[in-house]
Design a protein around this ligand. Structure first.
Ligand code: NIG
Ligand code: FE
Length: 419
């Protein structure tokens, strides 16, 4: 590797997550590669060396230096599940749920996802881009250097494609890495619900029009489905996903979020890259994920914000040998959270992970949930220079000092993205 090097030195502790370029599963999640006295050399977009500071200075005597000031040096977080392109917030539903009206009941009344569909359709491309840019900047300010963004509030072929083109503009404009997912199967659109045969017509539109068009235009890498009793059944989800795969897209699922709908088993049987949510996953679903390559992505902020009093069985998933990742699910209905570090707190306090497991879930396993395990998620030579410095001196301190804004610096692909 040639070019001017930048050294990240004077860290109190370094979380490397270094190891195989693959998801860590089961007991393999317990080792986050935490080291002391170790810094990182960046050349261009890549990590060139991870070594004690004096060895870095010997090897790169003319390098620039970033002083970590006795902070924590770590891989950038990979937020593998967001719905970051949306119009208005949904304050009223938050209070409505507090009075006891369930999430799916609000949707049945025309609120929920449908409210966000109305709002997105009324918002111009430029306004959506500006809103998403400002919201994503808050995620990045917490140390996120790669994120996935889903469509799913357009719910017509034209509006889904429009959303994905906004996501492409984000991908081109932002310093962080953005991966796009088509979530045309987020719901059956209202206008289809109200006419006979409308449900079938939307499923056919996904299969015959939307997914082929998305693949043709290269607008998304993944397709996703909200597989949930009352939304899409496992049989419908299978049909949508098989069509998406035939069109050339990789697969993700919203699986078993509120009720068990067989989503985890479906994800594993289709070889989906991830199955997300899983708060209501069955024992059979846990076993299916554990014996598959599908990453179990947990979204603990969603369960907290919905006030369900429940969380996904993270310990049982890990003990069964599954690979667990963490993501924000950033969206206006169930998780308006832009602080990724708060997820580490929820992972320890609510999901009962160790701090090291939470770091692995937030970095290397998040990368695997986007098919990027060979690209990002670890501080190791050859990986993308995606890293962050947090104003704490111990990897356990970030989950501990919860709710604080402690990320001082973040770099994505060898360039500063925060501040
Ligand atoms: O992951 N569950 C489906 N989708 C989102 C919520 C979408 C919304 O309510 O706007 C989720 O929780
Ligand atoms: Fe989601």
């Amino acid at each position: 590797m040639t070019g001017q090097a930048t050294l990240f030195v004077n860290a109190a502790q370094t979380v490397t997550c270094a190891g195989p370029a693959a998801a860590r599963r089961g007991s393999g999640m317990a080792d986050a590669g935490v080291r002391t006295g170790v810094g990182v050399a960046v050349i261009g977009e890549q990590i060139a060396m991870v070594a004690p500071d004096d060895r870095l200075r010997q090897r790169f005597p003319h390098a620039d230096e970033v002083d970590c000031d006795r902070g924590l040096l770590a891989p950038g977080f990979v937020d593998s599940h967001t719905h970051a392109v949306f119009g208005a917030a949904r304050y009223a539903e938050h209070e409505l749920r507090a009075t006891g009206v369930p999430y799916l009941e609000i949707a049945a009344r025309g609120g929920g996802i449908h409210a966000s569909v109305r709002s997105l359709r009324e918002t111009s491309d430029d306004a959506l881009l500006a809103l998403a840019t400002e919201r994503i900047a808050r995620l990045v300010a917490g140390g996120v250097t790669t994120l996935e963004v889903k469509s799913g509030y357009g719910l017509s072929v034209a509006e889904e494609l429009r959303t994905l083109r906004v996501i492409r503009r984000l991908r081109d404009a932002l310093a962080v890495r953005v991966e796009a997912t088509c979530l045309g199967a987020h719901e059956v659109p209202r206008e289809h619900r109200e006419v006979a045969g409308g449900r079938e017509a939307w499923l056919a539109a996904l299969e015959e029009e939307l997914h082929p068009a998305v693949a043709r235009e290269g607008l998304a890498r993944f397709a996703d489905v909200f597989c949930e009793p009352g939304v899409f059944t496992a049989a419908e989800s299978r049909r949508v996903l098989q069509g998406a795969r035939a069109a050339g897209l990789e697969l993700k699922l919203h699986a078993d979020e509120l009720h068990d709908g067989g989503g985890a088993e479906l994800a594993a049987s289709l070889g989906a890259v991830s199955a997300d949510h899983l708060a209501a996953v069955s024992d059979a679903g846990i076993a299916a994920l554990a014996s598959s390559e599908t990453v179990a992505t947990l979204l603990p902020a969603t369960m907290l914000f919905l006030g369900t009093g429940r969380q996904a069985p993270a310990r049982r998933l890990i003990e069964a040998g599954a690979a667990v990742a963490l993501a924000t699910d950033f969206n206006p209905g169930t998780s308006p959270l832009t602080s990724f570090p708060l997820l580490l707190t929820l992972a320890v306090s609510e999901l009962r992970l160790s701090a090291a497991e939470a770091w692995v879930a937030a970095t290397v396993n998040g990368a695997a949930a986007l098919g990027l395990a060979g690209v990002t998620g670890q501080l190791a030579p050859g990986f993308s220079a995606d890293l962050a410095v947090h104003a704490v001196d111990d990897h356990r301190a970030l989950p501990y000092w919860f709710g604080e804004r402690l990320c001082r610096v973040a770099w994505s692909r060898g360039r500063a993205c925060h501040p």
